[in-house]
Design a protein around this ligand. Structure first.
Ligand SMILES: [Zn+2]
Length: 527
């Protein structure tokens, strides 16, 4: 059976840039565009040329895309001016792109209230703008703003806008649920009605997530006949975001009826990049990835309950709806004293090791009694198992370290505190002493520790701390401190390590050294 082609349109760099707290640089945009192209999306909407300096600079030097159609966004021309003489449309029409997507109003209410022009003038604006794109030999796309709300209030006018765009040469009519309030059933009914009225037009769907159903609305629209779907990585976008491509793509490619009915420009092999691309975006935005995100989140294939774990080890299908490898994610099993031997065995089997299970489990239980927790520190657990198997190289030895914290009253009568740390290490037989300063003792220690690791220094260039958590625990009669450190590298990898001690500095130092050792091991540094 031949499958129908479904086109994927990414708007992370345009609609996604509307997210509160998101501010892409030109270089960020370039990096994301290349990752999307590599993934295999059909259209990459880069922004609005002329609307702000970043977008203008991004369009001035077209990213080197192999496959995706580079797309500029803009708005249909204003009334009383020609398209070429509209200062906000002219730079869009002149951009070096393959396609141009213009948003236009299709809701009679919005035309009269927001635009304050006549319904007829709005139709003329749509037609002239689409013709102007075609005249520039770019592929014209029409984003039908507020289409679903407009259709519900005045279906005839909403349809006449689509018809006008279609007749003026728009290759795609993209139905936008701009306010994000449409329910999947409504979307299905309305897209079906449009399909019937305009059988020759190619329809797209652009859904927002204000009812947490942007993905469901997109799927419903596709079932009703839409053949282009717009969305963003990680569901980035204004208010509650856009349809999340990181969920939408696996749904389309791994789930029925979509998997059998459609093909996209993304191969099953490329779909394995989706977890990486999702994390890369968070990395660029300097945000913590949502570990509970379907398909791509760190917890999406994490099994904790003891019964679940033993079943998953017999056959992963018992508690997994798709294999994690299909989306480039990983199965993980946190280690805790309750979940028992099954977890430990599974974790080690994944590491390709063959340790003394009984001894390791005993070790884990003993350490948990002391205050360690490996649920959120998988990297420290892996190191523990590697050390037991004597598979972990000794990269460096810490001879001693010290930290001082000094608070001084300054000229403005404010107490200013500065921390200074000194670390003495042996690296490849060589003694190295480093000092570091920071706005706290942990910060200073981290700086000193990473300042000079001899031949290993290049491996640490892209290492950074992204989270630091402290808990005070009472074990028996003593209080101990547990520190969990989350680290990241430039490739979008994240890992967590743990340290426990009666004092916070020692606990932090242990977690920090584990983080470094883990990175050296994972990046295959030679000892
Ligand atoms: Zn939007």
């Amino acid at each position: 059976m031949t499958r129908e082609r479904l086109y994927i349109f990414d708007t992370t760099l345009r609609d996604g840039a509307q997210t509160q707290g998101v501010d892409f640089s030109v270089e960020d945009k370039r990096q994301i565009a290349l990752a999307l192209d590599n993934l295999g999306v059909d259209y990459i909407e880069g922004g609005w040329p002329g609307a702000n300096p970043t977008d203008s600079a991004f369009f001035a030097e077209r990213p080197k895309l192999l496959k995706a159609r580079f797309t500029a966004f803009g708005m249909t021309k204003r009334a009383g001016r020609s398209a070429a003489n509209d200062p906000s449309l002219a730079p869009v029409l002149d951009a070096a792109v393959d396609a141009i997507c213009l948003v236009g109003k299709t809701s009679a209410y919005q035309v009269e209230v927001a635009l304050e022009i006549s319904l007829v003038d709005n139709l003329d604006n749509i037609a002239r703008s689409m013709e102007a794109i075609a005249a520039k030999k770019r592929e014209p796309l029409f984003d039908a703003e507020h289409f679903f709300d407009g259709y519900k209030a005045n279906p005839d006018y909403a349809l006449s806008c689509l018809r006008t765009a279609h007749e003026a040469g728009a290759k795609w009519l993209v139905l936008c649920d701009t306010n994000g309030g449409t329910m999947p059933e409504e979307a299905y009914a309305i897209v079906s009605a449009v399909k019937e009225k305009l059988p020759g037009a190619a329809l797209g769907i652009h859904a927002h997530n204000d009812t947490e159903q942007a993905v469901a609305v997109s799927l419903a629209a596709i079932r009703a006949g839409a053949r282009q779907v717009q969305g963003t990585l990680n569901g980035l976008g204004e208010r509650c975001g856009n349809a999340n491509l990181c969920s939408l793509l696996p749904n389309l490619m791994l789930k029925e009826p979509f998997a059998s009915q459609f093909e996209t420009g993304i191969t099953r092999d490329n779909l394995k990049q989706i977890s990486h691309v999702s994390r890369l975006l968070d990395e660029i935005l300097n945000r913590s990835p949502n570990r509970y995100a379907p398909y791509v989140g760190a917890s999406a294939f994490t099994h904790k309950g003891g019964l679940h774990v033993s079943a998953v080890m017999k056959n992963p299908q018992t508690y997994e709806h798709v294999p994690p490898e299909a989306v480039g994610n990983k199965r993980t099993m946190p280690v805790s004293s309750q979940s028992g031997r099954a977890n430990v065995a599974a974790n080690l089997a994944m590491e390709g090791g063959k340790p003394d299970l009984a001894r390791l489990l005993q070790d884990v239980k003993h350490r948990e009694f002391e205050g360690y927790s490996y649920d959120d520190a998988q990297a420290s657990f892996e190191l523990l198992a590697l050390r037991q198997q004597k598979k972990l190289p000794r990269y460096f030895t810490v001879e001693k370290f010290s930290v001082t914290v000094e608070s001084v009253r300054d000229e403005d009568d404010q107490m200013v505190s500065q921390s200074r740390a000194e670390v003495e290490l042996i690296v490849a037989g060589e003694r190295i002493t480093s000092t570091g300063t920071g706005n706290g003792p942990v910060n200073a220690l981290d700086a000193a520790l990473r300042k000079d690791l001899g031949k290993y220094s290049p491996f640490l260039a892209d290492l950074r701390l992204v989270d630091y958590k402290v808990r005070i625990l009472t074990t028996g009669t003593e209080a101990v401190t547990r520190v969990t450190v989350e680290s990241a590298d430039g490739k979008g990898n994240r890992w967590s390590t743990v340290g426990v001690s009666e004092n916070i500095v020692d606990a932090s130092f242990e977690a920090l050294t584990d983080s470094i050792v883990y990175k050296l091991y994972r990046d295959q540094a030679r000892s």
